[in-house]
Design a protein around this ligand. Structure first.
Ligand SMILES: CC(C)(COP(=O)(O)OP(=O)(O)OC[C@H]1O[C@@H](n2cnc3c(N)ncnc32)[C@H](O)[C@@H]1OP(=O)(O)O)[C@@H](O)C(=O)NCCC(=O)NCCS
Length: 166
């Protein structure tokens, strides 16, 4: 069986990340919000990585990629909007369509949970997934996230909020 690992995003990932995002653009856009078209260029991705790494430097973001045994990028996972004061962050992940169904999102989310606890000392993680995104909901459920019931007077559209107390 092929082996995969999770590592931090690097400035040298520009070309590989552009290839990954371009190859999967339609797939991702069928499950999550589309990116700005300007993102899909070497400059766009270089700016994107620089932004993520500067947010990492100030402790607001922790970006990872999932790589296969040839070090090709097959997925991404991020701790987003890290708020040390409230002890909370959001999680996000996306997996290459060709690599889905092998447990990679579960591997990545478990890594984020571990980093949230060990590196950042957080007490809560939050995730947002569309109601119909059954694959993502299964991953969240498997990792212990609970669906938060929307309050009657608050419309969340098709997006659902999931919470994991740590
Ligand atoms: C959702 C996503 C991250 C799952 O990645 P993955 O690596 O395939 O996830 P895993 O293999 O860890 O687990 C997925 C599980 O959901 C199941 N699944 C996938 N699609 C499903 C569907 N339409 N209905 C029911 N179950 C489904 C898989 O069978 C698997 O369960 P199993 O291990 O018991 O067989 C991936 O499909 C993806 O990147 N989608 C596009 C971006 C996205 O939606 N990101 C999440 C935003 S909240």
């Amino acid at each position: 069986m092929e082996s995969f690992s999770v590592r931090e995003l690097r400035t040298t990932d520009t070309e590989a990340l552009l290839a990954f995002e371009t190859r999967n653009r339609e797939w991702f856009e069928s499950h999550i919000d589309a990116r700005d078209p300007a993102f899909y260029s070497l400059q766009g991705v270089a700016d994107h990585i620089a932004g993520y790494l500067s947010d990492f430097a100030i402790g607001a973001w922790h970006p990872f990629v999932i790589v296969d045994c040839r070090q090709a990028i097959v997925g991404r996972a991020n701790l987003k909007n890290i708020d040390l004061a409230s002890g909370s962050a959001e999680v996000g992940y996306r997996i290459d369509q060709r690599a889905c169904g092998q447990g990679l999102a579960t591997l990545a989310l478990r890594h984020l949970i571990e980093q949230a606890q060990v590196r950042w000392g957080l007490t809560q993680l939050v995730a947002f997934a569309y109601k119909e995104n059954l694959g993502s909901r299964k991953v969240l459920d498997r990792c212990g996230f609970q669906l938060e019931q929307p309050s009657c007077n608050k419309s969340t559209g098709n997006e659902r909020r999931f919470v994991l107390p740590l």
